[in-house]
Design a protein around this ligand. Sequence first.
Ligand SMILES: *[C@@H]1O[C@H](CO)[C@@H](O)[C@H](O)[C@H]1NC(C)=O
Ligand SMILES: *[C@@H]1O[C@H](CO)[C@@H](O)[C@H](O)[C@H]1NC(C)=O
Ligand SMILES: *[C@@H]1O[C@H](CO)[C@@H](O)[C@H](O)[C@H]1NC(C)=O
Ligand SMILES: *[C@@H]1O[C@H](CO)[C@@H](O)[C@H](O)[C@H]1NC(C)=O
Ligand SMILES: *[C@@H]1O[C@H](CO)[C@@H](O)[C@H](O)[C@H]1NC(C)=O
Ligand SMILES: *[C@@H]1O[C@H](CO)[C@@H](O)[C@H](O)[C@H]1NC(C)=O
Ligand SMILES: *[C@@H]1O[C@H](CO)[C@@H](O)[C@H](O)[C@H]1NC(C)=O
Ligand SMILES: *[C@@H]1O[C@H](CO)[C@@H](O)[C@H](O)[C@H]1NC(C)=O
Ligand SMILES: CC(=O)N[C@H]1CO[C@H](CO)[C@@H](O)[C@@H]1O
Length: 339
Amino acid sequence: MRHSSLLVLVGLLSTPGLSAKSPKRGLVAVSSRDWSADDAIFVREDSPISWYYNFYWNVSDSYASLPQAQVEFVPMMWGGGVNDTDFLGNVTEMIAPSSGGSGRNITHVLGFNLPDQSYENGGSQMEPADAARAWVRNLLPLRDKFGVKLGLPVVGDPRGGWIDPFLKNCSSLNEDKECEFDFVPLHSFGHIGVLQDRVAKFSSAFPGVPLWVTQYGYTNQNLSTTQEYFNQSLAFLEGNEAVARYSWFGAFRSVVSNVGPNMAMLDPYGNLTDIGSWYLGGNATGKAALPDAGQRTNACSVENPCTGGDKNAGASLCIGSSLARSGTAAALGALIIFL
Ligand SMILES: *[C@@H]1O[C@H](CO)[C@@H](O)[C@H](O)[C@H]1NC(C)=O
Ligand SMILES: *[C@@H]1O[C@H](CO)[C@@H](O)[C@H](O)[C@H]1NC(C)=O
Ligand SMILES: *[C@@H]1O[C@H](CO)[C@@H](O)[C@H](O)[C@H]1NC(C)=O
Ligand SMILES: *[C@@H]1O[C@H](CO)[C@@H](O)[C@H](O)[C@H]1NC(C)=O
Ligand SMILES: *[C@@H]1O[C@H](CO)[C@@H](O)[C@H](O)[C@H]1NC(C)=O
Ligand SMILES: *[C@@H]1O[C@H](CO)[C@@H](O)[C@H](O)[C@H]1NC(C)=O
Ligand SMILES: *[C@@H]1O[C@H](CO)[C@@H](O)[C@H](O)[C@H]1NC(C)=O
Ligand SMILES: *[C@@H]1O[C@H](CO)[C@@H](O)[C@H](O)[C@H]1NC(C)=O
Ligand SMILES: CC(=O)N[C@H]1CO[C@H](CO)[C@@H](O)[C@@H]1O
């Protein structure tokens, strides 16, 4: 008896690579053009990150060589697509290249990002009727043809104003069926009670359907409050059976954060903060989100946010400008995080 348990234990401890993966834990990948080398930090060989999304249909440049089995890429249809099938065409081409060769094994796709919010608020601003047309044109074919699992559009209110008319609008377009979906993404920004309430609300609105918390955090709090929230939320999300996946916001340097510096996983110089290191399964690093005035240097940013000024105001401008320059819908999506 003792002998065989020991063997089992040794087996578990010595399995490299995949055993370190956390099936729930993912990444909101918002690559910065100025510091694209930072991206590699999150997917090192011992990283528990098992999946990522980037608000776009295509892989992030930095992660293009990673196979799905190592870190699953989840395409998102951010918005649009009412009168075209570009998303369907591009994802189909990725799964089954017309030029031959083996495609990427896409198994999940995320629907529209905040269609219930205006562009100004970072939403994808879609009427439920238009969104239903885009769903039937671009998303249902992926489900029917390749068995891809679809994430419901992410909105503030689980049923109510936007989702119900959206689902009903499909019936006239889709043989009397609703807009079919397989999992339900949600965002949560606020204290731990907000997260618990939102998960409970979405669980009861969609009983038995897996929930993905695709952006969460407690914005603009001091370090101890942020770290306490981080620990509590991680334990809650890991332990909650309704939650299939989660991704902390965010994977960026504190100086370009639009949610306050302390939520950032990287310090101004691209080193992991405590939260960043904990999220990746490591120990505290003791790296401060922002350096003291005396330690600030111009070296940390071309946009110069380290040298002072209003931290949070500068932050949101910087993330805005650096993402906006990438010129994709992905950029818009990344700016907005609220509910
Ligand atoms: C998708 O991204 C990869 C990696 O950056 C790139 O090589 C490829 O050209 C992109 N595909 C399209 C159609 O833009
Ligand atoms: C889609 O096409 C319809 C009919 O041609 C047009 O009225 C509508 O403005 C178009 N919508 C978008 C978002 O392009
Ligand atoms: C991919 O999307 C682009 C627009 O972003 C579109 O021009 C192109 O036709 C799409 N590719 C396919 C194969 O549908
Ligand atoms: C694609 O990935 C899924 C989920 O990991 C797996 O079950 C399936 O076998 C994979 N398919 C191929 C063709 O690799
Ligand atoms: C379809 O969506 C529109 C808003 O875009 C809404 O006014 C209408 O009531 C919806 N249809 C149904 C059957 O719910
Ligand atoms: C951090 O913020 C919390 C909540 O606002 C407050 O109770 C606490 O005193 C603050 N801690 C420090 C070190 O400022
Ligand atoms: C958070 O958890 C880490 C261990 O993962 C621990 O070192 C740290 O003290 C905790 N912080 C708070 C505020 O709970
Ligand atoms: C974390 O610290 C503990 C105690 O010092 C050490 O045993 C462990 O190897 C460290 N883990 C990592 C990933 O560095
Ligand atoms: C301790 C540590 O990893 N420091 C690194 C912080 O980031 C700078 C810039 O990338 C590196 O030069 C340091 O080595």
